[in-house]
Ligand binder design. Structure first.
Ligand SMILES: C[S@@+](CC[C@H](N)C(=O)[O-])C[C@H]1O[C@@H](n2cnc3c(N)ncnc32)[C@H](O)[C@@H]1O
Length: 313
């Protein structure tokens, strides 16, 4: 099994400024890489809430330590899943978004076009619908919209049209089916036949983001984290593509007080604005960090990462 290398490990944990008896949340436990480093800095009375919606990843990568409280849930649900007595008392929360190498390299999960397996793509395999089921029921127009919006795929219409035609007579329940189909469509369309990025990359990304509701999850979780952090608490987010980073950047700038020119409130939803205006939480933007060239060399998965850090004030 390929080991998952935690991205920006030192930078992200340093950013949390761990206190010996603090209470921390690793909202994306994965293989426990970040949690392990937090643990090494915590004293006996410190606590970590380790959240992951993928039960398999928790069970296989579990670290046995009484200071960790495991929660198999979505991070958007933060407020409801934490013990009520710790709400407003959290010293730091970390999000390391997306999937781990543990998930990517497991053919049974369907995240990668490099391996053949069921076209599933769910982080939480006990809930929601698989990519195959979704492709069967979605309209051609909606499919094209998703490919364009979440994959920035320039052949979105052609791919969507061909997928919907293909499934009338053929099965599309394996990663290899989708991979081959996209390859044949885009190969014909591309004038320059040189391949820089695998042609299925954008379609796989788009479908994964959509069926896991990744952007909605992130927006809700960021918003909720304002309510659970204590004053002075830190929020650190590692994102891997521009759609995620845009949300994090916008969130930080929306709630910041340390830069007036960004002090424009960009609405999430009506309800959220109402809560916000009553509670009037503010953030101070602390940092924006990119991986070092050494890390990118050792772990190419880190090349698109951005770590943004804010402090509740
Ligand atoms: C990049 S991995 C985290 C790796 C981890 N930091 C480590 O060092 O091992 C992201 C993890 O977040 C989980 N995840 C993704 N979306 C989630 C959500 N909405 N709620 C809870 N967990 C989620 C995935 O299942 C995956 O295990």
């Amino acid at each position: 099994m390929i080991k998952h290398l935690p991205v920006m490990l030192k930078e992200s944990i340093d950013s949390l400024n761990i206190k010996k008896n603090g209470i921390y949340i690793d909202a994306t436990y994965g293989c426990g890489g970040h949690t392990k480093l937090i643990l090494s800095k915590l004293g006996n009375k410190g606590r970590i809430y380790a959240i992951d919606c993928d039960i398999k990843t928790i069970l296989i990568n579990k670290i046995l330590d009484k200071r960790i409280i495991y929660i198999n849930e979505k991070f958007s649900n933060l407020i409801n899943i934490l013990d009520t007595q710790v709400l407003g008392k959290i010293d730091g929360i970390l999000f390391d978004l997306g999937f781990s190498s543990f998930q990517l390299n497991d053919p049974k999960r369907g995240f990668s076009f490099m391996f053949d397996g069921p076209l599933d793509m769910r982080f939480d395999q006990n809930h929601g619908i698989t990519a195959t089921e979704w492709i069967k029921q979605v309209s051609k127009n909606k499919l094209a919209y998703v490919l364009k919006k979440y994959g920035e795929e320039k052949f979105a219409n052609k791919i969507a049209c061909n997928i919907k035609k293909y499934i009338i007579k053929n099965k599309l329940d394996k990663t290899s089916h989708l991979n081959k189909l996209i390859f044949s469509i885009t190969y014909k369309l591309k004038k320059n036949k040189k391949i820089f990025k695998h042609p299925a990359t954008r379609t796989f990304q788009a479908i994964r983001i959509f069926i896991n509701k990744e952007l909605e999850e992130l927006k809700k979780a960021l918003f909720n984290s304002l309510n659970i952090l204590k004053k002075g608490g830190i929020i650190s987010v590692i994102s891997f593509h521009s759609l995620e980073d845009r949300i994090v950047k916008r969130f930080m700038k929306t709630h910041t007080t340390n830069n007036d020119k960004y002090h424009t409130r960009i609405p999430l939803t009506e309800k959220e604005i109402n809560i916000l205006s009553k509670k009037d939480y503010k953030l101070k933007i602390i940092n924006r960090i990119f991986p070092s060239s050494k890390e990118i060399y050792n772990n190419p998965r880190s090349r698109s990462a951005i770590l943004r850090v804010g402090k509740k004030i």
